[in-house]
Design a protein around this ligand. Structure first.
Ligand SMILES: NC(=O)c1ccc[n+]([C@@H]2O[C@H](COP(=O)([O-])OP(=O)(O)OC[C@H]3O[C@@H](n4cnc5c(N)ncnc54)[C@H](O)[C@@H]3O)[C@@H](O)[C@H]2O)c1
Ligand SMILES: [Zn+2]
Length: 360
């Protein structure tokens, strides 16, 4: 079992990571003075698998667990669903010390965190991520939020949890595609900060897709530390935190252009990573071998490296509308070498050449 400390200055909490770590959750709950009732938010896939197990831990620790199960999928991250949860919280008389628990993937984590950040102006919150993406990305860093019909993640807050519990045994029930999507982000952490991690992923890619517990603990630990490091230095996305957007500028555009249907987030990020590598290559920050190396790694993880069903014009328009564009200028996170990135604006013709490359 590992405990990774996340310290954002005004708050310090642990990410507890390991296999069969529910005793740790029980001890944590016993040590806290939350109100009796805790609200577990989960979805229709996850709650039947782990809801009972988690509820038992709460009972053993002396709490009364309530639950609210939302329909699995991105559509749960909306104001209507949030409103149902507020209604439940108010009718159950939850108070300022009632704990909100996110049991699920990034959708449940973002939604539950948003509820926690707004209900009674903020109640305590813990995350129990059950997807690889949530374990390595969304559960760490404190971004919570919901979607608006006009765009994703437009309504939200920065709200740090009291703790995060990642039990890798929960990942075994994940469909293969959900495992892969986590690897889009994991490869990103290697490229932005740690070449050895890239080599480790290359050496272990065959075992990775089998969900070997020890390898998973290592990979998640590295990823959580990488994200926590950045978030600790820059919680609210000044300059440094933007390096976490590596691969996301083109990635988001690909997701949007394919109506969030053809590619899931990690798959689109994989394609975006290739585009960013190509821009690095065109600008002579890196060379073609680096691009190929990353493409091969992504391929070995069964991730796509080219986009289908998109056009250059569509990708360009989507990038210009991205909420991270400032005054219409797009900043790219680019590799300086594998393991190090810089942030630059890039001429349109260079972007276009890279986009052409990934839609071929
Ligand atoms: N807050 C952040 O910093 C941040 C970062 C990245 C992504 N996100 C958000 O995260 C969301 C995507 O998260 P996700 O990929 O985890 O999607 P998700 O929560 O929809 O989970 C993917 C699917 O896997 C199912 N599932 C979850 N755990 C399972 C398990 N253990 N076994 C079997 N099935 C399981 C879910 O029911 C769902 O169908 C997006 O809404 C995205 O905006 C947030
Ligand atoms: Zn991402």
């Amino acid at each position: 079992m590992e405990k990774i400390s996340v310290d954002v200055g005004y708050k310090n909490y642990y990410v507890v990571l390991g296999s069969n770590i529910l005793d740790e959750l029980e001890n944590f709950l016993k040590g806290k003075k939350y109100s009796d009732k805790a609200l577990i938010i989960s979805d229709t896939n996850v709650f039947p698998l782990y809801g009972e197990k988690i509820s038992e831990v709460f009972k053993k620790a002396g709490y009364t667990p309530l639950n609210h199960v939302v329909q699995a999928g991105e559509s749960a991250k909306c104001l209507d669903v949030a409103n149902d949860i507020y209604t439940k919280a108010i009718s159950e008389k939850l108070d300022r010390k009632s704990l909100i628990v996110a049991l699920g993937g990034g959708v449940v984590g973002d939604l539950a965190g948003f509820i926690a950040s707004t209900f009674l102006r903020g109640v305590p919150f813990i995350q129990i991520p059950t997807t690889l993406l949530a374990a390595v990305d969304s559960s760490v860093g404190g971004k919570v939020g919901i979607n608006h019909p006009l765009g994703k993640n437009l309504i939200g807050a920065f709200y740090q949890p009291d703790a995060v519990f990642i039990d890798v045994t929960f990942l075994k029930s994940l469909p293969e595609r959900e495992v892969r999507t986590g690897f889009g982000e994991i490869v990103k952490y290697g490229i932005i900060g740690d070449e050895n991690f890239v080599s480790y992923l290359e050496a272990n890619s065959a075992k990775i897709l089998d969900i070997d517990e020890d390898i998973y603990i290592k990979i998640i630990s590295k990823s959580v530390r990488a994200k926590a490091d950045v978030v600790m230095k820059d919680e609210k996305e000044g300059d440094l935190r933007r390096i976490l957007n590596f691969g996301h500028t083109v990635g988001h555009a690909v997701e949007k252009e394919t109506n969030f249907k053809k590619y899931n987030h990690g798959e689109a990020v994989a394609i975006g990573i290739v585009a960013a590598m190509k821009i690095g290559e065109i600008l002579k920050l890196t060379d073609s071998e680096d691009t190929l190396r990353i493409e091969n790694l992504l391929k070995s993880l069964n991730l796509p490296i080219r986009a289908e069903g998109v056009t250059i014009e569509g990708i360009n328009a989507a990038m210009k509308n991205d909420k991270k564009a400032i005054n219409g200028k797009i900043y790219f996170v680019l590799p300086n070498k594998i393991g190090r990135v810089i942030i630059e604006t890039v001429e349109d013709n260079v972007v276009e050449e890279a986009v052409k490359y990934i839609i071929n």
